[in-house]
Structures are given as structure tokens and as C-alpha cells.
Design a binder for this molecule. Structure first.
Ligand code: DNO
Length: 345
């Protein structure tokens, strides 16, 4: 297992120095901010790699190579964007990238409805179904916490209208079309594609979300049976559905050699329904058995990459919700500590 830490170039540069001071972290997971669907330019990737490596950190994993909506929708122009995706893979391979984390969520990436201050004074992100129902995505008061604003309201309206005509089965066949083209390039490039599950793992505003549970993950992996068609197994995204047992999934897909990247974080259910809040990584803080999840990774002799996922904002830190330095650094050390306890037993 190699412990990594996400730093995206919109986060302060000095965070790289802080990351390098956390002894268990070997590498940084990063990304380029290019318009969705465009090729990641080779010179920009090289620049990013040099910056990360100048801090003594490895750069072998990238996150959020965005899949253009035309691919998910199966529109005529999808071939252009699939070709761009493949060119990005080749550029990444040239610079030594080994894993690409991507997702197939329609319109929105991960989604929370707000932030909340906890009794200890830290703040965290929450998903509250009632709050979600109150938000009309097409009105100006629309402001969901940390929604990555990629589309204008006009574009959103347009996209929602096309998605209305797309069934779950259409999404599956569009995914299959995409994977059959890109996995071949991933194989040639020696880059593992790590599909990130939908977060949360159910449809939002009626948009079809398909990477949600074991049955669907089996289906996705079977489309192209290759170790390069793999997963970013995110404990928080899948874990907010109580029927998904994360340690069981790690054991199953780890044994099949289909986990390229593990995102580990904890969440706490706040009702009998779907409401949850994010917590520290510490097992006692939340509803997921983080120790058993790490035990599962250890049992399958996982030799891929892991990173602590979202943390709270603690010690007065300000910044992008979920992506403060302090709580994630504590998470990295905690996860590595658990691993070491199994390793050295
Ligand atoms: C959340 C992350 C996601 C993930 C993308 C993959 O914090 O896990 O942003 O990187 O969904 O495309």
C-alpha cells in the first residue's frame, strides 16, 4: 500500500511542503484544471510533476480526468471527446502516471447539501435529504455546498432536458462504448483506470447514476475484463448506502486485482434514512468500521494507492470544505498506523 494525499493546484502551494512533512505520505494525487473534455497538455503535466517532485513527493496518480457529458449521453460528438480522453492518457503515461481516477456521474460530481459546526467547534459537510428537496437547481438561490460549478444555469437546463430522454440502460450502453475504447489505450499506456463510484450512490434530481453498489460494480468490471478497468473504491461514497459493506467489497475486488486506488473516509448516519455527515477518519467517530476496511486491504495484500479522503476543518483552518490539510493529515497517519499494526504483527 502506498499512502498518498490529494493536492489540487487550486489549494495553496505551501500545502505541498506540509504534505512532505507527514512521514507516511509518499506521493501526491493531483489534477489539471482544464475545461471539461479537453486534452491535458503534456507540458502542463510535466510542470505539475516537477513542482510535486521538488518537494520530495511522487506523482503517480491523477484525479478527476473529467468525462465529457456527450460521452455519458451517447451524443454524436462523443468520439471527439473519447479521443481527447485517450490523448490525455497517453500524455499522462509519458510522465509516469500509473492510475487515473475518473467517474461517470451525470452533470454533478460529489454532492453535499451544506456544512455544519460540530459540538467540538470543527466543521464538516453534511447531506440532508430535506435540504436537497428544498433546492431548485434552476433558480438563483441554488447554492449547494461545494458543488463544483461547471455549468451555467442555461447549460444545466439543457443537460437536464437531454438526460430526461436517457434511461439507466442507455447510460450502461454509453459506458460500455466508452470503456471498450479507452481501456485498450489504458492497457497500452500501462495506466489503470479507477472508476470512482457515484457520491452519494443514488440518483440525484432524477439523473441516472449507475456506479452505486456491488451488482453494478460487477457489471461495470465485466464490460472489459482487464486489470486496467479497475476501481477507485471510495468508502464514503459507497458507504452512505447501508447495504454496501465496504470491507466485503475490498476483499472481493482486491482479490480480483481490480482496485487501483482506495479513498478511505468515514461518515456518520444521521437518521434512519439517507442523511449523513462526514466525520474524522477515526473509526469511533462515524458509522464505518475503518479498522476492518484497512484489515481487508491488508488481507488482500493491496499494493495500490490509498489516500485519506475528505476531512473536517479543524484548528481554525480555512479553505475548500473537505480538503483542509490538518484533518486529512491526521487521517493519513491513522490509516497508516492501522496498516502498520497489521504489517508488523
Ligand atoms: C471527492 C473526490 C472526487 C473524485 C471525483 C473523481 O472528493 O473523491 O472529487 O475525485 O469524483 O472524478
Amino acid at each position: 500500500m502506498k499512502m498518498t494525499f490529494r493536492w489540487d493546484p487550486s489549494l495553496p502551494d505551501n500545502m505541498l511542503k506540509n504534505i512532505a512533512q507527514v512521514p507516511c505520505i509518499k506521493g501526491v494525487v493531483s489534477e489539471l484544471k482544464v475545461p471539461v473534455g479537453e486534452v491535458w497538455p503534456l507540458n502542463e503535466i510535466i510542470k505539475l510533476k516537477k513542482l510535486i517532485e521538488s518537494h520530495g513527493l511522487e506523482f503517480e496518480v491523477v484525479e478527476s480526468v473529467k468525462v465529457h457529458e456527450s460521452i455519458k449521453l451517447g451524443l454524436a460528438e462523443r468520439d471527439i471527446y473519447i479521443e481527447n480522453f485517450c490523448t490525455t492518457l497517453r500524455n499522462l503515461a509519458t510522465t509516469g502516471i500509473k492510475v487515473v481516477c475518473y467517474d461517470f456521474m451525470p452533470v454533478f460530481d460529489w454532492l453535499r447539501t451544506g456544512t455544519r459546526m460540530l459540538p467540538d467547534g470543527s466543521t464538516t459537510m453534511v447531506y440532508d435529504e430535506q435540504d436537497l428537496d428544498k433546492v431548485d437547481p434552476f433558480r438563483n438561490e441554488f447554492a449547494l455546498s461545494d458543488w463544483e460549478v461547471v455549468f451555467s444555469y442555461e447549460e444545466l437546463r439543457h443537460l437536464f432536458a437531454i438526460y430526461k430522454t436517457i434511461s439507466i440502460e442507455d447510460m450502461w450502453s454509453n459506458l460500455a462504448y466508452f470503456l471498450r475504447k479507452v481501456v485498450a489505450v489504458a492497457e497500452e499506456s500501462n495506466i489503470k483506470l479507477g472508476m470512482h463510484p457515484d457520491d452519494p450512490c443514488w440518483p440525484i434530481y432524477g439523473l441516472p447514476r449507475i456506479i452505486t453498489d456491488e451488482t453494478n460494480i460487477d457489471r461495470m468490471l465485466a464490460i472489459v475484463d482487464s486489470p486496467y478497468n479497475a476501481l477507485t473504491l471510495c468508502s464514503g461514497s459507497l458507504g452512505c448506502n447501508r447495504h454496501n459493506n465496504i470491507a466485503t467489497l475490498v476483499r472481493k475486488y482486491g482479490a480480483m486485482n481490480r482496485i487501483a486506488f482506495g479513498h478511505v473516509r468515514n461518515i456518520k448516519f444521521m437518521s434512519e434514512g439517507r442523511d449523513f455527515q462526514e466525520t474524522s477518519h477515526y473509526a469511533e467517530s462515524g458509522s464505518l468500521d475503518i479498522v476492518d476496511i484497512m484489515r481487508a486491504y491488508h488481507e488482500v495484500k493491496f499494493d495500490g494507492y490509498i489516500r485519506p479522503d475528505h476531512g473536517r476543518m479543524i484548528w481554525g483552518e480555512k479553505g475548500k470544505a473537505g480538503y483542509g490539510f490538518y484533518d486529512r493529515a491526521l487521517g493519513a497517519m491513522y490509516l497508516s498506523g492501522i496498516w502498520d499494526a497489521f504489517e508488523k504483527k
